[in-house]
Design a protein. Structure first.
Length: 140
């Protein structure tokens, strides 16, 4: 009977030892899995931070680009305003020349055309400004 008890005791001890080792292995695998998950979490956090920094840089670049475009737009508006004022001055002087022509018909068309061309060049700031004869005649 003692032998049977010893055998059972030995068998229980071996089974318990095996179960303990199995539990240790499972715990070790779980621990490794937790470590991999933590490492993965850290990688994801780093990627997220990098993505947020990239987003901030892109937004700053876009803001800078918008500011530059606004500056260019303001400059273009100022330039267009200057051209518009010069054009209005040309139109006014053209009307004055037409009035002068109406009063003093003897002025030759060629002289008036030359005056109109000189007037347009001086006020528009355009070199080699060409106006066809038809446009000049229509202006008269």
């Amino acid at each position: 009977m003692m032998n049977v008890i010893d055998e059972l005791h030995t068998k229980n001890h071996m089974t318990a030892t095996k179960e303990i080792e199995d539990l240790k292995m499972r715990a070790d695998r779980k621990h490794q899995k937790v470590l991999r998950l933590k490492e993965s979490e850290m990688d994801l956090k780093e990627k997220l931070m990098k993505a947020e920094n990239d987003k901030k840089e892109l937004l700053q670049a876009k803001d800078q680009q918008i500011l530059e475009l606004q500056g260019q737009l303001l400059k273009a508006i100022r330039d267009m305003d200057g051209v518009h004022k010069a054009f209005e001055k040309c139109v006014t002087e053209n009307l004055e020349l037409k009035a002068r022509l109406a009063e003093n018909r003897p002025i030759k068309l060629g002289e008036l055309g030359a005056e109109l061309m000189a007037n347009a060049r001086s006020h528009m700031g355009i070199k080699d400004f060409e106006v066809s004869r038809e446009i000049l005649e229509a202006m008269l």
